[in-house]
Design a protein around this ligand. Structure first.
Ligand code: HEC
Length: 147
């Protein structure tokens, strides 16, 4: 009886883990459309209103994102939300932070997609290079699509 019970628990645990892994296979990357163009446009407005006064967007292009490679977008959003804006940390709506980071991704030449970045998707979105304006430069981009 007891053995059977334990086996049942193990089987359930196994199925749960496999299910989680199957979900993980859909994991997004900033390289394959992790935000929408619309939200980046909204993020730009928020950025210009609340951040630009202290940080030109150039600060967050290239080397900045390199420093975040290997973690998820959620980690970056959380880190910004914890400390910024300087005069009222976290003093924006959650979605505004996601939109703003979408704008930062866009400024780094990362492509928009169909799915909005939010509290649900951000933890699956892996930050990985290459970053930087060079990506928008069609000569240096293999497989570049005509705009
Ligand atoms: C009043 C000025 C001010 C405002 C407004 C402000 N910041 Fe900052 N921010 C700073 C200072 C000062 C630091 C400390 C690190 C530094 O010296 O760059 C910092 C650090 C950061 C960092 C850590 C990495 C880095 O650049 O060193 C990020 C990311 C950041 N800010 C993003 C933002 C975002 C996004 C906003 C808008 C929501 C914002 N900040 C608004 C002044 C500001």
């Amino acid at each position: 009886m007891r053995v059977q019970f334990t086996t049942t628990i193990l089987v359930i645990a196994f199925i749960t883990i496999m299910g989680a892994q199957a979900l993980g296979q859909d994991a997004l990357s900033v390289q394959n459309g992790a935000y929408t163009e619309k939200q980046a446009a909204r993020g730009m407005k928020v950025y210009e209103k609340t951040c630009l006064v202290c940080h030109p967007i150039e600060e967050y292009v290239g080397i900045f994102l390199d420093g975040w490679a290997g973690v998820t977008a959620l980690t970056l959003v959380d880190s910004i939300a914890e400390t910024m804006p300087l005069d009222s940390p976290g003093g924006l709506k959650d979605q505004e932070f996601y939109d703003m980071v979408a704008y930062i991704f866009q400024a780094n030449g990362l492509p928009p997609g169909e799915t909005k970045m939010d509290g649900k998707t951000a933890e699956q979105i892996l930050i990985e290079g290459p970053f930087g304006e060079a990506r928008g430069d069609s000569e240096s981009q293999e497989g570049a699509k005509p705009q």
